[in-house]
Design a protein around this ligand. Structure first.
Ligand code: AQP
Length: 327
């Protein structure tokens, strides 16, 4: 069985973007792949997190993983910081990564372009930790949103470099990008990605939003003056984003939706999106509450830590042997 690996950073409440671009896909993939899914809590620390909030976000993230349908019997679900080999391999890989490569990472370049001066060394080097998260488990595929493709490309370069220097050690993974929904945009600024750490939360639907609040955000989504429902991300990004959300949640093709809404106003499309999103949130939130009440989260994490820890222990030993750190 081919292996797939992915993680989500609990740097805030999970969003509809995380659901459509990642969680919904993970649940499908677990049917056909050996899925390894982790909660990337070390990655959150690149910017300050309130410890109490981080703890809450961690618990909510795991509960939402399970509520979305990830099955701990089929998939390995664990917390990154529970498997200490990640940080150790991350350092070894950072010694096989050039500064020029890190300087070219989009997220770093964006922050520099915005003139941010208080960036941490962890933020600068986190792509090497991400490479470690991936290469540790020899996955065949890494499912990612469009914005994360660059990280998988860097990971591939690091793996190839290491393999050339020290001998075949890591499988070189391929990114897997969903055809639709790889980039859900902000409702208030559809030229920007919907992000959990967005400053104003008007553009972002959180999976734990009250469905009424979520509907309001959708009804106020920014559209355009064209007054025609077309799928045209460049010229009509807001309307195209709404169509993408509706298509991914309803399972209907965009073409089919464009035909159905032909000649109708944006309000009708928004209502249809709000209904679909409300149904999703209502269902997820019932399951989320049941999971929190059942107390299974600790058991899931314990089992995940053991399963992932076994694989990581073997891989790190192999790496240590390759680099001569195994006396
Ligand atoms: N808007 C999105 N559309 C489609 N996919 C998305 N993903 C995130 N946002 C969208 C996908 O979710 C997975 C986990 O991402 P993450 O939460 O670990 O990191 P991120 O992409 O940096 O998410 P945020 O919300 O933008 O976090 P902050 O604001 O903290 O930086 C990935 O597969 C990602 O592509």
């Amino acid at each position: 069985m081919k292996r797939m690996l992915s993680g989500i950073k609990p740097s805030g409440q999970l969003t509809l973007g995380n659901y459509i671009g990642a969680l919904k896909e993970f649940v499908k993939y677990q049917e056909d792949y050996d899925m390894i899914v982790f909660i990337a809590n070390l990655h959150c620390l690149t910017v300050y997190q309130d410890p109490e909030e981080l703890r809450t976000n961690l618990r909510d993230t795991i509960a939402l993983y399970l509520a979305c349908g990830l099955d701990p019997k089929r998939s390995t679900i664990f917390m990154q910081s529970d498997v200490m080999e990640h940080a150790q391999l991350g350092f070894i890989l950072s010694c096989n990564t050039y500064l020029g490569e890190l300087n070219r990472m989009t997220q770093y370049k964006d922050k520099i372009a915005k003139g941010e001066s208080a960036l941490t060394a962890g933020f600068y080097s986190y792509p090497t930790l991400m490479a470690s998260d991936i290469l540790m488990y020899d996955p065949d595929f890494v499912p990612v949103g469009e914005d994360q493709k660059q990280h998988v490309e860097l990971t591939r370069d690091i793996a190839e470099r290491f393999n050339n220097k020290y001998g075949e050690t890591f499988k070189v993974p391929a990114p897997l990008i969903p055809k639709i929904g790889a980039r859900i945009m902000s409702l208030s600024d559809p030229t920007k990605k919907m992000s959990k750490s967005e400053e104003s939360n008007k553009g972002c639907i959180y999976l734990l939003d009250d469905p009424k609040v979520a509907s309001k955000k959708i009804m106020s989504a920014v559209t355009d003056m064209v007054n025609q429902i077309n799928y045209d991300p460049e010229n009509q990004p807001g309307v195209s984003n709404l169509l993408t959300i509706l298509s991914t949640l309803s399972g209907r093709s965009i073409e089919n939706l464009v035909n159905e809404f032909e000649g109708q106003g944006y309000g009708t499309l928004k209502k249809a999106v709000a209904n679909e999103v409300s149904l999703l949130l209502g269902d997820l939130q019932v399951k989320y509450k049941e999971i929190l009440a059942s107390g299974i989260i600790d058991d899931v994490l314990k089992e995940g830590k053991e399963k992932a820890g076994r694989l990581a222990g073997v891989k790190l030993k192999e790496v240590q042997k390759r680099i001569g750190a195994d006396l």
